[in-house]
Design a protein around this ligand. Structure first.
Ligand code: ADP
Length: 292
């Protein structure tokens, strides 16, 4: 049963805590994902992303906090709940002798309202490889089969972990198109990625985790400090290439144009999500290192 109309978010995480022995892996994390939203979970290795996601998927128990995924506590989520969730893990499962289409059709049979197998093969760009044994697929094709397996059950919520690692740029863009299509169909997506361009291209909001704590959450073009978001104006003249950071690039460009016409190679460069993210981590670390 869908809780979409209930006004509650697809994912709600309140004050989540997870310890492994003495080590605190997730430290009082709170965030929500709305229905239909794509949220990118970002953070360095060891930040607590996988632990958080595994708790949401029902694979790990939490020590404290409240978690609801599609209205259900994942710690007690049954088969009906699991059928509403799609998971694309980082590691590829074993690649037996089954053919790609057979494997997908086999998994489709577990779900109450699966997508059409051939449509999914087509959507992930595997139609021409459908009859190949899984073990004969290339790395990128295997990854696309992972995604196909994750979406075959028509999940309301899709967990994607590093989905495009090892893709060539063309395959990556094609994959982004597929994710946008799922999003247009209303799928809620929680994406874990180290690829900041991917996060910027696909997510409505990004949540940055470091040292088990939520450092910032917001739209990719708004998170981070104002200082890290100051645009750079770059241009070239007879003396060489010039760069100037300014909060008001329009004014600088207008004054350049007024004094000498439009300069060559004029660019206004807004800091990328990657730059903003690195700045966030630097500030987080320097705060953590300060004596209390
Ligand atoms: P990320 O996915 O962001 O790389 P993880 O959630 O895997 O981070 O790990 C968070 C912290 O918890 C790390 O310090 C990691 O070493 C520790 N950790 C993760 N899984 C386990 C485990 N099964 N047992 C003990 N410590 C773990």
């Amino acid at each position: 049963m869908s809780d979409r109309g209930s006004g509650s978010p697809a994912v709600s995480v309140q004050r989540l805590v997870k310890r492994y022995g003495e080590r605190i892996a997730v430290d009082d994390v709170t965030f929500e994902v709305a229905h239909g939203e794509t949220v990118a979970l970002l953070g360095p290795n060891g930040a607590g992303k996988s632990t958080t996601v595994e708790i949401l998927e029902g694979y790990r128990r939490r020590d404290a906090g409240t978690v609801r995924v599609l209205g259900t506590d994942p710690a007690g989520g049954g088969l009906d709940w699991k059928a509403r969730i799609g998971v694309v893990l980082q590691s590829t499962g074993d690649a037996g002798s089954a053919r790609a289409r057979e494997q997908l059709a086999h998994f489709a049979a577990f779900y109450p309202a699966p997508r059409d197998v051939d449509e999914v093969l087509d959507a992930v760009g595997l139609a021409s490889a459908a009859r190949q044994p899984v073990r004969a697929l290339s790395g990128g094709q295997r990854r696309r089969l992972d995604v196909a397996l994750g979406i075959i059950g028509r999940p309301e919520l899709l967990f994607l972990d590093e989905p495009t690692t090892g893709f060539d740029p063309e395959a990556r863009h094609r994959f982004w198109g597929l994710i946008r299509r799922l999003k247009r169909e209303g799928t809620t997506i929680l994406l874990t990625t180290h690829d900041l361009d991917e996060a910027a291209a696909l997510s409505d909001r990004a949540a940055v985790i470091a040292g088990g704590r939520l450092v910032d959450v917001g739209p990719a073009d708004r998170i981070g400090s104002a200082g890290a978001r100051i645009p750079l104006v770059r241009w070239r003249d007879a003396r060489g290439v010039h760069e100037q950071r300014t909060k008001d690039p329009g004014r600088l460009v207008a004054s350049l144009v007024a004094t000498g016409g439009e300069p060559d190679a004029l660019e206004v460069v807004r800091p990328s999500l990657e730059e903003v993210y690195l700045d966030l981590l630097r500030s987080h670390r320097s705060r953590e290192e300060q004596p209390a």
